[in-house]
Ligand binder design. Sequence first.
Ligand SMILES: [Ca+2]
Ligand SMILES: [Ca+2]
Length: 287
Amino acid sequence: MTDFMKTLSIALILLLPSLANGAMTIRNYSAARHYRFYTGSDKNFIGTLYDFSGVGYSSDGRWATLVSDNYFISAYHYHPELAKTVTFNATNKSGEIPYTYTVAGGTRIGTTDLWIGWFSTAVDSSIERYPVLTLSDNEDYNGLVLFNYGATNRVGKNVVESICSSYCGGSTGFVAEYDYDNNDAPSVGGDETYLITGDSGAPSFTVVNSSLSLLGIHWSHTHSTAVEGASSYDSFVPEYVDEINTVLAEKTQSLQLSVPVPEPNVIWYLMIIAGALILQRHRHALQ
Ligand SMILES: [Ca+2]
Ligand SMILES: [Ca+2]
């Protein structure tokens, strides 16, 4: 059975808000490790090396991820409404240097659960605009480690199981699936995430060239609570780069695209191989 067929046979549930929004499930949650705005002296935030400033939160309790000067991405079924405000924090300290902007407009991407919103003014340059990771084959995303952002400003990890087509709540589109089974390669240990209501529209990133690149926007899941073997689903942003750029072109903006460059140790390895080959040729010449 192909991934495409497999996913269509599963009943997915929208990450709709309940009356009291919960918090993204993290297997061994600890505030010191997983809460971005933790204030204790024992803070040991797993995302401390990375810039989460471009993840905003709206006055109506929705998520917005900045991708260019004026544009952000959210979920069609749960996005900031027009005239609401979105606040970005420049640091991982709550309330320090917040920047707030009013949502001026927005549009859905085709029949997907992606929604592109915009502000009438450019967001302050201290706030991160995330690039989108574009690889040549969708199978190349399998096994990538994700940093999942969710309610309430929590960050955990998971691993992409598959990229496939899906539908849920009247939307269709490509998804990145990641499971909750305590059995991933590479292992993410107690940082493993499961999306619940209130997480819709928040982002999943992967680290490319030491910085965060956007991969997904939270959409749906298989179970309302974290049970072993359940799966979470993000709208798979790389599939929709052209459609998103058509929207951004209105303000002559476009997505940044990230492409991995080899790690330094890979480059060293290649140089050593090349050196060995040259030596071997030289030896041959002496014989
Ligand atoms: Ca997993
Ligand atoms: Ca797994």
